[in-house]
Ligand binder design. Sequence first.
Ligand SMILES: Cc1cc2nc3c(=O)[nH]c(=O)nc-3n(C[C@H](O)[C@H](O)[C@H](O)COP(=O)(O)OP(=O)(O)OC[C@H]3O[C@@H](n4cnc5c(N)ncnc54)[C@H](O)[C@@H]3O)c2cc1C
Length: 381
Amino acid sequence: MDFSWSDEQLAYRQAVVEFAQKELNSRLIERDHDSEFSREAWQKCADFGLLGLPFDVELGGQGADYLTTMLAMEALGYGCRDNGLIFSLGAHLWSGATPIARFGTPEQKDRYLRGMIDGSLIAVQGMTEPGSGSDAYSLATTATEDGDGWVLNGSKTFITNAPVADVFVVFVSVDRSKGWLGLTAFIVDRDTPGLTVGKPFHKMGIRTSPMSELIFEDCRLPAESMLAKRGSGMMVFNHSIEHERGAILAHTVGTMERQLEEAVAYARQRKQFGQTIGKFQAVSHRLVDMKVRLESARLLMYRLGWEWDRGGGKAIDASMVKLVLSESWVQSSLDAMAVHGAYGYMSESQIEREVRDALASRIYSGTSDIQKNIIASQMKL
Ligand SMILES: Cc1cc2nc3c(=O)[nH]c(=O)nc-3n(C[C@H](O)[C@H](O)[C@H](O)COP(=O)(O)OP(=O)(O)OC[C@H]3O[C@@H](n4cnc5c(N)ncnc54)[C@H](O)[C@@H]3O)c2cc1C
């Protein structure tokens, strides 16, 4: 495996860092407090090309390989402190656009993907329901065939981007007696009669990423709204969730690098008991743990990108990346806060927010427990 970057890739990484530092961090403490999503920042990311990274050039995308996409996301995490924006963007890319890019008809790609890449359409996936979270395939929302279309009834909850999204990739059952063989994906426009988007939820972290419920009451869809074939919902979901698990936390490698640099700089200048705190072994070892955690997580993620680019990469690899990146990010954020003492607990430091933001990553895209279950089952346990 070769993870050496070309001059072009390194220049792009640097350009993303500079773009993010300059354009994406304004009024963040205030926006976090007010749970305010920035459509302006979203559009800037689209204009910079970030929303089209892994997608076809013919549709307006960048045609980048997975490793380059991960590198760009890593750079975004280094330069941008708005983890809510990055999470919204990741949900859009991996759960909204990816299934359409992989399974959409030419008409569906033309109608939706172009807008998802140029920033005019915000998308996300609707899988979770009040009664089905980790056990996602036990969902209860149904689609009933009606003439030349389908009628959806049920609800989805904890849906990222929903308050601002234009398009939803929704998983429902067309025949509950068939279990997962009845699962089917549909593309639903926000303004479809019978679809109600709930009020935004107030969350602990990633507050600049809005979230709400979706309620379907006799929501009628034309036949061409179906994504892939009837009964192929599990295949569609597995494809996108694996990409989500492997890539949605790519930015945390950059975030952890920034956290480490700032914590080291602080430990070199903050003095207690007549010496800089970095001279205390308890502090220096904490910083070493941050460093080793960062470098291990980075390599695990790059390995998956390298394998994806060669048509490989299995569910176990994506789950390991998700598990390691989320748990590493939580611990790195806690360590950064510990090094900064009381200052790290203050909103002004922007460190406490990253603790709150990081904790969400243990839950979305499947909890850490579920990632361990997947890894264990692949180990034939
Ligand atoms: C910030 C955020 C964004 C999200 N965005 C979306 C979105 O855009 N679209 C969407 O569809 N969903 C989204 N979700 C929902 C997310 O996918 C679910 O919350 C997640 O899958 C867990 O489901 P649950 O919350 O119902 O917890 P539950 O499944 O009820 O789990 C509760 C606890 O039990 C544990 N548990 C459950 N089953 C097992 C098991 N078999 N073995 C061991 N432990 C188990 C879990 O690990 C957890 O600790 C989001 C969630 C969050 C927090």
